[in-house]
Design a binder for this molecule. Structure first.
Ligand SMILES: Nc1ncnc2c1ncn2[C@@H]1O[C@H](COP(=O)(O)OP(=O)(O)O)[C@@H](O)[C@H]1O
Ligand SMILES: [Mg+2]
Length: 265
């Protein structure tokens, strides 16, 4: 059997300088929320930013970015043109299919769709492309790292110890495919009420994730609180960071995350 390295197939995405993947072991931990707010925070630092929804079966970026029912146009050279919202260029399977229609595909169709999202979109010039991954360590994640050079991955988790096993799997996957781990975001880290900003309500003891990360020498790059306004922002299609510019507990966490990542890659 020829000893072909699958990573030989990697190709840069035209016009894109840096690719950051946002992953998690579990669904519902806030990957898409983190991806959208991080994208906006990076754009607020004067970067040109794109956001690619690689959650083919459960795309949520069109809703979270306020781009539902927007059909992308096609350029003269047959490339799909991303939709622009809140200063970010976005592309998602959800822009190419109706929101309530299930994408029912097997592997080969999935790979075709991913190729289209990676190589048939005209991003123009981007400093960062943030990729919102589906949960887990499956076909999409592997095909991403085989196809495009990912500069680094962020793993999102919640503070319960039951989520820790999934964090470990996610990190293990990126280590095996040689994608640098830029850090872990603890989302819904504590409960915070902007009306009472000095109070942080901690729901879980904080030991195990931090010990694990220290052991692995991986940085905890943000502790984002659980805030009603974040959930509402997702529903409204205007990311929290696009609404609030003051350095509150949420916007500040995203700003520091964006600054830290820019310095790191
Ligand atoms: N820090 C937070 N505070 C409040 N709600 C949040 C927070 N992070 C995420 N959510 C909400 O939790 C739900 C799941 O988040 P989502 O980003 O879709 O998760 P995932 O992409 O990991 O499946 C969404 O309704 C979102 O609005
Ligand atoms: Mg998601």
């Amino acid at each position: 059997m020829p000893n072909q390295n699958p990573f030989d197939q990697q190709q840069p995405i035209p016009g894109v300088k840096k690719i950051i993947a946002v992953s998690s072991g579990k669904g519902g931990v806030g990957k898409s929320t983190v991806a959208t707010n991080l994208a906006v925070a990076l754009a607020q630092l004067e970067n040109r930013v794109g956001l690619l929804d690689a959650d083919i079966y459960g795309p949520s970026l069109p809703r979270m970015m306020g781009a539902l029912n927007q059909a992308p146009e096609v350029s003269k050279d047959n490339k799909i043109l991303p939709i622009e919202r809140h200063g970010i260029k976005i592309m998602s399977m959800g822009l190419l299919t109706p929101e309530d229609t299930a994408v029912v595909w097997r592997g080969p169709m999935l790979f075709k769709a991913m190729n289209q999202l990676f190589f048939e979109v005209d991003w123009g010039e981007l400093d960062y492309l943030v990729i919102d991954l589906p949960p887990g360590t499956g076909d999409v994640q592997l095909s991403m790292v085989q196809k495009v050079p990912v500069n680094g991955a962020i793993t999102v988790c919640t503070p319960q110890n039951i989520a820790l096993a999934d964090v470990k799997k996610s990190i293990d996957m990126f280590e095996r495919v040689n994608v640098p781990i830029l850090g872990v975001v603890e989302n819904m880290s504590y409960i915070w009420n902007p009306e009472n900003p000095d109070e942080k309500l901690q729901m879980f003891p904080k030991g195990d994730l931090r010990n694990y990360l220290a052991e692995k020498n991986i940085e905890l790059i943000a502790e984002v609180p659980m805030v009603a306004a974040i959930a509402l922002a997702c529903e409204m299609g205007i990311p929290y960071t696009a609404q609030k510019n003051e350095n509150d507990a949420v916007a500040g966490a995203y700003k520091r995350m964006a600054e830290g990542l820019s310095a790191q890659i």
